[in-house]
Ligand binder design. Structure first.
Ligand SMILES: O=P(O)(O)O[C@@H]1[C@@H](OP(=O)(O)O)[C@H](OP(=O)(O)O)[C@H](O)[C@H](OP(=O)(O)O)[C@H]1OP(=O)(O)O
Ligand SMILES: Nc1ncnc2c1ncn2[C@@H]1O[C@H](COP(=O)(O)OP(=O)(O)O)[C@@H](O)[C@H]1O
Ligand SMILES: [Mg+2]
Ligand SMILES: [Mg+2]
Length: 359
């Protein structure tokens, strides 16, 4: 695109997301750099709107997917951020983390993986302790589907057999790993990677485990307000004292995941195993997360949009060296019909019978 021609990014977001993401500060920075952010009217067909150099979206459903397909056929030069097929992989907590197990990264002393876990489809398997004897209490029960609904964030920490009674499969049972009460959230925007600290669940000692009753339900711990955090369980952790993981290690994982998942906009949650100080576990990956909580999000996102629509980024304009060009990963060609039937992964291993996406 000629640099004097304005770029147009159309966005289709739910009202809550629109409110948090489309801030005046972002609109005006984009505008000053030749990019117009335009709301897509969801009461009209996408194909009747535009032109858009890029369509930015966090919307689901068959109708929306069809509209995007139609739009892409009519507008082959337009970029859709991101492909619905790629996003869909994150809607299942097994296929989501499979992407981590598939990563091949050379690392020095630091290692990474995922916690031991199993997918449970029925109550018989849930109460058959032998079926998941490789998991030690406490475990976390997570809904298998992670589609952004309030229900998909409702979890429970299970301390013993009694705690299983309230669970409703399909769920993922995942070993709870003590990690010092702090998680690392890694935000990815194209090639840009930023790691921040957030509060998490406190450690559970062997001693404490004996005295705890069946289960503890919780939801979106890292987004709790300070009032919630002050209650006796969610006691405030000292985030300041926690050291961040090595930046180059985290960047390697982020870029590997970006290519593996074929996604440009996502974040992932990482914990540091308290038993093994240099072992990191990825526990969650989210599409198009709350970027407005990331310091300086306006600059990062504006640079990304410039790159997507083919305008020079600020770093290029200033001809500064050392800043990676933000390249857009091509749209995904994952075949969703290839969801195999396999079961459980423990730190990357998998056995027959749980849903695993084969790319
Ligand atoms: O709303 P926010 O800013 O808390 O963002 C949520 C994310 O919080 P984070 O940026 O990671 O702190 C949140 O991340 P977590 O699940 O808390 O790890 C999700 O990405 C959530 O989207 P969805 O409900 O899974 O579709 C995100 O919600 P939406 O903004 O997409 O509704
Ligand atoms: N395996 C685990 N070990 C320890 N804590 C965990 C584990 N999995 C999740 N958590 C805690 O539970 C929170 C929510 O789990 P997560 O998988 O990130 O769900 P959500 O998609 O709702 O964010 C995490 O932010 C972290 O505090
Ligand atoms: Mg999370
Ligand atoms: Mg999540």
């Amino acid at each position: 695109m000629a640099d004097d021609k304005r770029g147009v990014v159309g966005y289709a977001l739910l009202p809550k997301k629109q409110q948090s993401f489309i801030q005046d500060s972002l609109l005006s920075l984009c505008k000053s750099r030749g990019i117009d952010l335009v709301r897509i009217d969801q009461d009209r067909r996408l194909i009747d709107q535009g032109p858009f150099d890029c369509v930015l979206h966090k919307m689901y459903g068959d109708d929306w997917r069809k509209q995007l397909e139609e739009f892409q056929i009519e507008n082959p030069n337009s970029t859709i951020i991101d492909s619905p097929l790629s996003i869909e992989r994150l809607h299942n907590r097994i296929s989501m983390l499979q992407a981590v197990s598939e990563l091949k990264i050379e690392s020095g002393t630091d290692t990474f993986g995922i916690p031991k876990q199993i997918v449970i489809y029925d109550k018989d398997t849930l109460f058959d302790r032998q079926a998941w004897e490789f998991l030690k209490y406490p475990v976390i029960a997570k809904p298998l589907i992670a589609d952004g609904s309030a229900k998909s964030h409702k979890m429970a920490l299970i301390f013993n057999h009694e705690g299983l009674n309230k669970l409703r499969p399909p769920i993922v049972l995942q070993e709870f790993v003590n990690h010092g009460g702090v998680i690392f959230k890694v935000y990815v925007v194209g090639e840009f990677v930023k790691c921040v600290k957030r509060k998490s669940l406190p450690d559970v000692s062997e001693e404490k485990l004996k005295s705890l009753e069946g289960s503890l339900p919780f939801s979106q711990v890292s987004n709790l307000t300070s009032d919630d955090r002050n209650d006796k369980y969610y006691k405030l952790m000292d985030l300041e004292e926690t050291e961040l993981p090595p930046q180059s290690f985290i960047t390697d994982i982020a870029r590997g995941l970006r290519r593996g998942l074929k996604l440009n906009l996502f974040n992932f949650d990482v914990i540091r195993d308290a038993r093994i100080g240099n072992r990191y576990l990825v526990i969650d990956i989210n599409y198009f997360p709350g970027y407005a909580k990331m310091p300086g999000y306006e600059t990062v996102l504006t640079d990304f949009f410039c790159d997507v629509v083919g305008k020079k980024s600020l770093s290029e304009e200033k001809e500064k060296g050392g800043v990676d060009k933000l390249q857009v990963v091509p749209n995904c060609d994952v075949d969703l019909t290839k969801i195999a039937s396999k079961t459980c992964c423990s730190d990357g291993e998998e056995k027959e019978k749980s849903p695993v996406l084969q790319v």
